[in-house]
Design a protein around this ligand. Sequence first.
Ligand code: C2E
Ligand code: MG
Ligand code: MG
Length: 321
Amino acid sequence: MALSEPYQLDAHEYRNTLSIGATLFGGQAETLDTLFKQADIAMYHVKNAGRNDFHFFDPKMQHKIEAKNVLEKELRIALQQNQFQMHYQIQVNAQLQALGVEALIRWIHPQRGLVAPNDFITLAEETGLIEPIGLWVLDTACAQLHAWQQDVRTRQWVMAVNVCAKQFKHPDFVAQVRDVLQRHQISAGHLKLELTESLLFENVDATILTMNQLKKMGVRFSLDDFGTGYSSLQYLKRLPLDQLKIDQSFVRDLEGMVSDKTIVHTIIAMAKSLQLDVIAEGVETPEQKQILLEKGCVNFQGFLFGRPMPIAQLEQEWLTN
Ligand code: C2E
Ligand code: MG
Ligand code: MG
């Protein structure tokens, strides 16, 4: 309490917040070093949970940190040993014609098997590993796009690639995209970058600048997971977007929840008034597709049409009759 009181230094008033970590001992054989380490872990736990609090060390905290360290080490090995694979999920129109795909990364772990991106992308962002991983994704997806552009059946397909904040904000990002487009000699209009609301609105002016540079090359943009963040209409209007992607959480309950119907209806109307394309993700049932169609959404992605799958399987399903 006394330490959180404001105090005066020169003409300025200062305030401190206090984060305290503690560990209990007595009778155990822990060394002094271990005890300090435990108290330190508890303190960082407090800091990460919003600071200005007190917490005792709990062995679970240590397990979490250790598991994260192991994952980070394995992620580095995964990069060196090419343990990543791209899966592709089809996107279709109302007549079920293929419009393109979304590229979704998979980690084929030698012991754990297939690891989903939600289990490692955040850590990759925190550790900076997202940079080489993101480059590998772009390169692999664009190599595939090049192959499709040589085939009359797939020439018009658009490749959607997810880009997270750390990648997008990298000072070399525009140059990296330009390089990959040139290297694979693909027409940029067939590359669609999927960005999220939180990414776009962190620093809107810088975002718009980067987007405009990419837009000039012909690259397209889709706003992923739309409706889950805090998009301001004012900003949405200023962003050079091409598409809004209705988040699957709204699609999931379309048949039951009146509120989700209203949200979806509003998103579609908003997209129309902003002259943006709209696509729904996570479409699993014909009923969901029907409701979306009635509300004016004519682009779809979801298990109803196809799961994310390796390239050979995708081509088998969509390119052979
Ligand atoms: P996202 O971009 O919103 O991708 C859609 C997710 O929904 C995918 O999960 C996809 O498999 C899943 N999905 C598609 N259709 C359905 C459906 O009908 N029902 C249900 N329940 N789920 C469906 P996934 O592949 O596990 O990816 C999760 C997230 O990880 C992605 O969300 C994206 O944010 C991120 N991610 C995936 N690949 C990459 C990548 O290459 N780079 C980056 N930066 N992030 C990626
Ligand atoms: Mg996506
Ligand atoms: Mg999404």
